[in-house]
Write a protein that binds this ligand. Structure first.
Ligand SMILES: Nc1ncnc2c1ncn2[C@@H]1O[C@H](COP(=O)(O)OP(=O)(O)OP(=O)(O)O)[C@@H](O)[C@H]1O
Length: 663
């Protein structure tokens, strides 16, 4: 509770703090004025009406009107102060939470679901804002009305005021019981909102896959469950919270009856004036209203407090990756070295994702990484720009431990194109400038050329072409090329492609690799599912279940390594050449081509195309289908099986026009 208030105070700074204080003062004055009205009313009845003093009645009546108008003016002033203070608080909280999330490392992000972060940034902060703007007034008025009401009631008649001593403790106990029951429900309520947001978010981002798999009904069921879950918790929460209303109403009636009963007999005995009894009844009403206010605001604040804690959790989360006191600010070279590196995503995980990996990648060389699904390829390369820290061992870049660098400098030197490429809403230029805000148009166009994005740039409106929301206006293959171009604009010392060319047709894939190989002095690390994509590499690392299974040149691996040979064979054996010779001939072509035409020589490109059956007269129909099927893969059919199926299908079409295919 204390930490929640501290958080609110910290974010209520400057003029907003002044507005909040002014709001409190204004409400206090307004409430005091309001409390004075029953005193005037009692005077009118006892002295004005009883003595038939019309002048007194008019005078007191005018004072009452003036006080009411003043109270109204103060009420309006309060609304202005409170809304501005609440808005300021919410803006400041949103800014802080956003800044905190920006500082998060991948490991921090793994702890929070995206939907939960979105709910905390939106719903939770709105709950706090609303509680502040609507709860502030009753929060001040309630206690003031209660205390002053009791004081005035006691001033009128202390004996009669004893009724409150009976009713108030009963009410306080009932309220405490309701609050105890409701508090945990509010947290469950916000978690149910998280779940609903999560389902919605997944549904909307994967809408193409949902439609492609005709899973609308299934998704509707999942949404229905989340929606019903929220409805159930809401009903339970608010069903319990509203219990306070009938409770307070009943107490009000009981108090009124008791006051009338005792007060009435006191009037008959001549110990109390009728005006005094009327005035006392007004205070009963005021006190009971104040109690309803207090109970409502209490529940409102309890809900807001849950949200304050949820927001506070995000603000208290510290980035996992520690920065050294005196970091290295320049990456001297693009060399990478893994020394006995082990890694796991969560410290509590049972098994390492990478185990004792040692690997040397000299600056300016090209390493291909191959391995089965889940073998740890992505995990390995993510350690280079320090997206995660190794659990044990060291990762060295440019001869220094990555933990010794300033993180921004390290990441500037490492360009990584991830598996799931993301473009942002805006133009091509705006997206490419993410790589380097200082880049000229010539540099952007050059990067597009290297990434083979120049082929379609004119069709999408050149550098000024609008990519639509989240880059939705381009195909999967075009998206990949633009993402590659964006990374090239950065001019990094190390370039990492994490299966980043999967949506490119083979000819473009080969062309991009040839272009990349022509960049001087850059260390190239390419993770690929297609073996042809890494046959030109200086070395290939084969990962198997988190272990470095083999590391050698592609040619030597082809001769000696069973896993490499198996992957190679499984991808190559589809094709049999035109004249009926078997796939070994094609393999030999690839091998010769790959070894001989190291680092992007044109020969490699040709050999590769030959191996794929494309050079033997593959029609654009085949490539088109391949593109289309891979495009579908990008749209959500993202399983290895579908990709292989697509591949096989594309090659099958190839066979109709050129070679003959199996499989
Ligand atoms: N954020 C994460 N949190 C926990 N475990 C993860 C996370 N990302 C990956 N893993 C696990 O780590 C292991 C290695 O995953 P990784 O993504 O490195 O494999 P990969 O070889 O790149 O696979 P693929 O070829 O399918 O992309 C897998 O078992 C995976 O389930």
């Amino acid at each position: 509770m204390g930490s929640g208030f501290k958080l609110l105070l910290e974010h209520m700074r400057g003029c907003h703090r002044f507005q909040a204080i002014a709001g409190v003062i204004v409400v206090a004055i307004e409430t005091s004025l309001e409390l004075f009205i029953p005193v005037l009313m009692a005077g009118i009845i006892d002295h004005g009406v009883a003595a038939r003093n019309e002048a007194f009645i008019i005078q007191q009546g005018l004072i009452m009107i003036a006080l009411s108008l003043l109270a109204l003016g103060l009420g309006l002033l309060y609304a202005r102060f409170a809304s501005r203070a609440a808005m300021g608080l919410a803006t400041s909280l949103r800014r802080s939470v956003y800044a905190a999330i920006q500082q998060f490392d991948f490991e921090n992000l793994d702890r929070y679901r995206t939907a939960s972060l979105v709910t905390r940034m939106t719903t939770d902060i709105t709950v706090i804002q609303n509680a502040f703007s609507t709860g502030f007034r009753p929060c001040v008025r309630g206690p003031v009305l209660l205390v002053m009401g009791l004081v005035y009631a006691m001033l009128i008649n202390t004996e009669l005021a004893v009724v409150f001593a009976i009713v108030l403790p009963v009410l306080a106990i009932a309220l405490a019981l309701i609050a105890r029951r409701v508090a945990p429900l509010y947290r469950q309520l916000q978690e149910a909102v998280d779940s609903l947001n999560g389902v919605l978010r997944e549904d909307l981002t994967a809408v193409r896959a949902v439609k492609a798999y005709v899973r609308e009904e299934h998704q509707r069921g999942i949404f229905g469950q989340a929606n019903e879950g929220l409805a159930r918790v809401s009903t339970q929460t608010f069903g319990t919270a509203v219990l306070n209303l009938p409770l307070f109403q009943a107490s009000m009636y009981v108090t009124a009856i008791l006051v009338l009963l005792f007060g009435g007999s006191m009037v008959l005995e001549g110990r109390l004036g009728v005006g005094q009894l009327t005035g006392f009844m007004s205070y009963v009403l005021l006190i009971m209203t104040s109690l309803v206010m207090i109970s409502n605001v209490f529940l409102l604040l309890m809900r807001a407090l849950t949200s304050v804690h949820r927001v506070g959790d995000v603000l208290a989360e510290r980035p996992i990756l520690a920065c050294p006191a005196h970091p290295i600010t320049e990456v001297a070279s693009g060399s990478v070295r893994f020394e006995n590196v082990s890694f796991r995503y969560q410290a509590t995980a049972e098994e390492d994702v990478l185990e004792q990996v040692s690997l040397d990648i000299p600056a300016g060389s090209w390493l291909g990484i191959l391995g089965g699904t889940g073998s740890g390829k992505t995990s390995l390369v993510q350690l280079i720009p320090r997206l995660y820290d190794a659990a044990s061992g060291r990762v060295l870049v440019g001869g220094h431990d990555v933990r010794d660098y300033d993180i921004a400098c390290l990441r500037d030197a490492v360009g990584i194109v991830l598996q799931n490429n993301v473009l942002f809403t805006g133009t091509v230029r705006e997206n490419l400038l993410w790589g380097n805000p200082e880049a000229t148009d010539e540099e952007l166009l050059h990067a597009c050329k290297l990434a083979c994005a120049d082929e379609f740039l004119d069709r999408i409106g050149g550098l000024d072409g609008d990519l639509g929301q989240g880059g939705a206006g381009v195909s999967g293959g075009q998206r990949q090329r633009l993402c590659i171009a964006r990374t090239l604009v950065k001019r990094p010392k190390i370039l990492i492609f994490d299966d980043a060319m999967s949506a490119l047709d083979m000819a473009t894939d080969a062309q991009v690799r040839t272009n990349l190989a022509s960049i001087e002095g850059v260390t190239l690390i390419v993770i690929a599912q297609r073996i042809t994509s890494i046959m030109d590499a200086d070395h290939v690392a084969v990962l198997d279940d988190g272990h470095l299974h083999a590391l050698d040149t592609p040619a030597r691996l082809l001769e000696s390594d069973p896993i490499f040979r198996e992957i190679h064979a499984s991808q190559m054996e589809f094709c049999v050449s035109d004249d009926g010779s078997d796939s070994e001939a094609s393999l030999a072509d690839v091998k010769d081509g790959a070894v001989g035409a190291k680092r992007g020589a044109e020969g490699t490109h040709d050999a590769e195309l030959a191996a794929q059956g494309i050079a033997t007269g593959a029609s654009s129909e085949a490539l088109g289908l391949h593109d289309e099927v891979l495009g579908a893969q990008d749209a959500g059919l993202n399983t290895k099986e579908s990709a292989e199926g697509a591949h096989a299908e594309a090659l099958h079409v190839t066979s109709k026009t050129g070679g003959e295919c199996r499989g």
